[in-house]
Design a protein around this ligand. Structure first.
Ligand code: HEC
Length: 108
């Protein structure tokens, strides 16, 4: 679907432009939360309770430590539809998402 691809490209460009080394500021938090709800939510459900992908609520991902979860987000889950997000978000952003998913900050 070309329109979806175009949207993804725009999002990737915006994210890349906004990405900067190191800290995650207030603007980043709003942007990343929206990104997780929309982009991750398209498969995992807008409230992250599952869809094509499994639920991502804290109890569902409790078995992952933050480092492993960050790697799942960056590199995807081989042999499944879960893509790697490396190139769309940087490592700091993936770490923030991992942490936010683990403490349930985004689904609220
Ligand atoms: C194209 C659909 C799709 C998108 C978009 C997507 N995922 Fe996934 N995700 C999957 C599938 C399919 C799996 C593997 C099967 C499963 O565990 O549900 C998966 C697995 C995962 C897992 C492992 C879950 C577990 O219990 O083992 C995590 C964590 C995860 N995704 C996080 C994310 C995050 C964060 C995003 C957004 C940056 C995202 N996903 C975007 C489809 C997607």
């Amino acid at each position: 679907m070309p329109s979806r691809l175009a949207t993804s490209a725009v999002i990737a460009t915006l994210l890349a432009a906004a990405a900067h080394a190191g800290d995650i500021g207030t603007d980043d938090v709003a942007r990343l939360s929206e990104f997780v709800r929309q982009d991750c939510g398209s498969c995992h459900g807008l409230t992250l309770k599952g869809g094509l992908g499994s639920p991502l609520l804290p109890e569902d991902i409790a078995h992952y430590d933050k480092k492993t979860l960050t790697e799942v987000i960056l590199y995807g889950v081989p042999t499944t539809a879960m893509p790697g997000w490396e190139g769309v978000i940087d490592k700091d952003e993936a770490e923030w998402i991992a942490e936010a998913l683990k403490d349930g900050r985004i689904a609220e």
